[in-house]
Write a protein that binds this ligand. Structure first.
Ligand SMILES: [Zn+2]
Length: 290
C-alpha cells in the first residue's frame, strides 16, 4: 500500500519535473528564436496605398506579431488588431472595429494571441520587453496584456500616443495600460535591445512620428527585418508607391532608402508584415526560426 502511494507520488513528481524542464528549456535558449503569430486577415483598399487591385497578388492584408526569445529576455513585437478579450466570435469570424476617428475596419479572426503564445510555451507575463512598430490600431490590440514588461518606444511615438488628441488611426484604449509602465524612450536611430547586436529596433519614421522596424540576427536563418508598416504590399516596394496617409511622406521615403541600404549591407531578408501571401508561407508558432 505504502509502496503504491510512493510509486504514484514519484510518478507525479517525475511528470511535474519533466513539464518544468520543458518550460525552463524554452526560456533558456542559446541563441535567439523568432516565433510568428497569425493575427487574422484585414480587409483593405489598394487605393489607400496608391495602387490598384491589378498591382497586388491579394488585396487583403495579413496581421502578424512576433516573439523573439533571446538568452537575456523575451521581446514581443506588435500586438495584433483584435484584442483577445473583445472577440465577438471564433476563428474566421469577421470582427468590426472602430478607430478613434470613427472609421470602421474589418478583421477575420485567427486564434487568440494568448493561445498562440501558449503553444510556444509562453504566457504574457513571461514577456520582458514590448515594442510596437507604431501606434496604429492593427498593431496595438493586445498591448495592455504586456503592461508588466519594459516598453521600448520612440519618444516621438510615445508623445503622440499620449497627447491630448491622439491620432485618428489609433484605439487608445488598447494601450492605455502602458501609460505608467517602465519604459525606455528611444531617441537614437538604433536601439540594441539585449546589447549583443542580435535584436535591434531601427527608427524608420514617416508612417507615424516614431515608426520603427526590427532587425533580428538569427544563427541559422540569418538576418530578418520585420517591416512594421514601412511597406504593406510588395508592390509599394517595386513600384515605389507611398500610402496616402503618412505623417510625413519625405520621412518615409528617406526611411525606405536607408533600410534598402541596410538590407543590402547585411543581406538580411525583409518580412513585410502585412504581405498576406508571404505571411501564409511563414512557419507559425509553436514552430520557430533560429
Ligand atoms: Zn498596419
Amino acid at each position: 500500500m505504502f509502496r503504491n502511494v510512493l510509486r504514484r507520488s514519484l510518478a507525479v513528481f517525475a511528470l511535474l519535473f519533466a513539464a518544468s524542464s520543458v518550460n525552463a528549456q524554452s526560456n533558456t535558449v542559446a541563441s535567439p528564436r523568432l516565433y510568428v503569430f497569425d493575427g487574422g486577415v484585414l480587409a483593405s483598399e489598394t487605393a489607400r496605398y496608391r495602387l490598384t487591385d491589378a498591382d497586388v497578388e491579394e488585396v487583403e492584408l495579413s496581421v502578424a506579431s512576433f516573439l523573439i526569445v533571446h538568452p537575456r529576455g523575451v521581446l514581443m513585437w506588435d500586438a495584433g488588431a483584435v484584442a483577445d478579450h473583445e472577440r465577438s466570435g471564433g476563428v474566421g469570424h469577421e470582427q468590426r472595429l472602430l478607430r478613434r476617428d470613427g472609421q470602421e475596419r474589418f478583421v477575420k479572426l485567427a486564434p487568440t494571441l494568448t493561445s498562440q503564445l501558449a503553444s510556444a510555451g509562453y504566457k504574457p507575463s513571461d514577456v520582458t520587453h514590448l515594442a510596437l512598430s507604431h501606434y496604429h490600431w492593427d498593431h496595438t490590440a493586445d498591448a495592455n496584456l504586456f503592461a508588466g514588461a519594459e516598453w521600448l518606444v520612440s519618444k516621438k511615438e510615445h508623445d503622440a500616443m499620449f497627447s491630448a488628441d491622439p491620432p485618428g488611426g489609433t484605439r487608445p484604449g488598447t494601450y492605455d495600460a502602458l501609460k505608467n509602465v517602465r519604459a525606455t524612450l528611444i531617441t537614437a536611430n538604433e536601439h540594441d535591445v539585449f546589447g549583443d547586436g542580435t535584436v535591434v529596433i531601427r527608427q524608420a519614421s514617416g508612417h507615424t512620428e516614431g515608426h520603427s522596424v526590427l532587425y533580428v540576427k538569427l544563427a541559422k536563418t540569418g538576418g530578418v527585418v520585420l517591416s512594421g508598416d514601412l511597406y504593406h504590399y510588395p508592390a509599394e516596394r517595386t513600384l515605389n508607391r507611398l500610402p496616402t496617409f503618412e505623417v510625413s511622406e519625405p520621412e518615409t521615403a528617406a526611411a525606405r532608402t536607408e533600410l534598402e541600404g541596410f538590407l543590402t549591407r547585411t543581406r538580411a531578408q525583409l518580412w513585410i508584415q502585412h504581405d498576406l501571401p508571404a505571411h501564409r508561407k511563414l512557419k507559425k508558432a509553436p514552430e520557430y526560426y533560429d
